[in-house]
Design a protein around this ligand. Structure first.
Ligand SMILES: NC(=O)c1ccc[n+]([C@@H]2O[C@H](COP(=O)([O-])OP(=O)(O)OC[C@H]3O[C@@H](n4cnc5c(N)ncnc54)[C@H](O)[C@@H]3O)[C@@H](O)[C@H]2O)c1
Length: 350
């Protein structure tokens, strides 16, 4: 039995609990949140015995094998470093940290301790994305020329997840002081990962960030100054060029992603949204379809494990599956380069 602790018991922690409960040999042993009321509610809802507001107390009292870190972004680094000191296996939410120095420190520490470490880039749960990455790697699309990706959200113009003006879980995401790197750090991190997972590494980028005027413009005395939108031109190591954008102001699109990869011999596209079948599908244009008809077929990709299963299987087998902390730190390099590019208004090599 793998004894697991969940740290941070807000919205996303419920998803962790539901997925982990489905895996054989996992016991949700303890949970912790700086807000004890939230930890108590979570512990009751998910039948978790140990309940704490103090992380040190949880790590001291419970004999855990692993933790899932689901706090708000700025606490990922200190919380993960504490868990690693105890030699616990760690699944950490994205983004790994707020900057690449911290992210690489976490990757280095996890490697040194020899524990299983994964970052929850949850869109890798898509079977279509896994198949797409394999196809590009095998050269099935030929030389890649173009990449076209986006991550669209609408919660700043829609009450899809509640009114952002009164939702603490959304408001911290708008403030750099509260530890958010804006839309780019929150969901740009997903689309940078998914795009590079499928299309290969980035060698340079030029990014434009935008914070739109909004009312209210502060929360608990903190300015709502984080980027709402990011538009990035990208050069890939392969020689391909492309664009990636993300925004919380894409009216009519609550949570929609696309990765398109266009090569000399063929092209593929994945579209992820709330439709469950979207996670199984991959659109492909190749062979005669590409040469003569420009028509697309929809493939149903074979099933692959989700991130929670990858983490637990890693613990059982001792083999660290994708994506590990180093993958999270590499994406953090792209994020940091994007902030520098926006500030200096120029291309940045990564
Ligand atoms: N992978 C995904 O698809 C996905 C989706 C949503 C959120 N997330 C990530 O999950 C994390 C949590 O997001 P959320 O939407 O649940 O936010 P949230 O604000 O609802 O929950 C965060 C919780 O962490 C607690 N917390 C903060 N600092 C803490 C600390 N030091 N120790 C213990 N608890 C602490 C807060 O009190 C809060 O209850 C974020 O990093 C976010 O980026 C990932």
């Amino acid at each position: 039995m793998i004894r697991l602790g969940i740290i941070g018991t807000g919205g996303m922690a419920n998803t962790h609990a539901l997925f982990f409960k489905k895996i054989k040999d996992v016991q949700l042993s303890a949970c912790c949140d700086i807000d004890l009321k939230k930890a108590e509610e979570f512990s009751k809802k998910h039948c978790v015995k140990g309940c704490y507001s103090d992380l040190n107390g949880m790590l001291r009292n419970e004999s855990l094998d692993a933790v899932s870190v689901v706090t708000s972004d700025k606490f990922h680094h200190p919380v993960v470093m504490k868990a690693l000191e105890k030699k616990l296996h760690v699944l950490c939410e994205k983004p790994l940290a707020l900057n690449n120095k911290d992210a690489w420190e976490m990757a280095g520490a996890a490697k040194k301790k020899g524990v299983i470490n994964n970052i929850n880039f949850s869109y890798r749960n898509s079977f279509g994305a896994q198949l797409a990455a394999r196809m590009v790697k095998k050269g099935e699309l030929g030389r890649i020329m173009h990449v076209d990706s986006y991550y669209q959200q609408s919660w700043l113009v829609s009450a899809v997840w509640g009114d952002w003006k009164t939702s603490p879980g959304l408001l911290w995401r708008l403030s750099t002081k509260m530890g958010s790197n804006g839309a780019l750090g929150d969901v740009g991190v997903h689309i940078y990962d998914l795009t590079t997972f499928i299309a290969g590494e980035i060698s340079g980028l030029n990014c434009l960030l935008k914070n739109f005027k909004k009312t209210p413009d502060s929360y608990k005395g903190n300015k709502l100054d984080a980027n709402d939108s990011a538009v990035t031109l990208v050069k890939f190591k392969s020689g391909a060029i492309g664009s990636i954008y993300t925004s919380r102001y894409i009216t009519g699109h609550p949570n929609d992603l696309k990765v398109g990869v266009y090569g000399e011999k063929g092209a593929l596209e994945i579209y992820l949204n709330s439709a469950p079948q979207a996670y199984e599908e991959l659109r492909v244009c190749r062979g005669e379809n590409a040469l003569k008809k420009n028509s697309w077929e929809t493939l149903i990709a074979p099933a692959t494990p989700n991130m929670y299963e990858r983490f637990i299987t890693g613990i059982k087998t001792g083999r660290n599956d994708q994506p590990d902390f180093a993958a999270g730190a590499r994406v953090q390099d792209y994020l940091d380069a994007s902030f520098i590019s926006d500030k200096k208004k120029k291309w940045i090599k990564v």
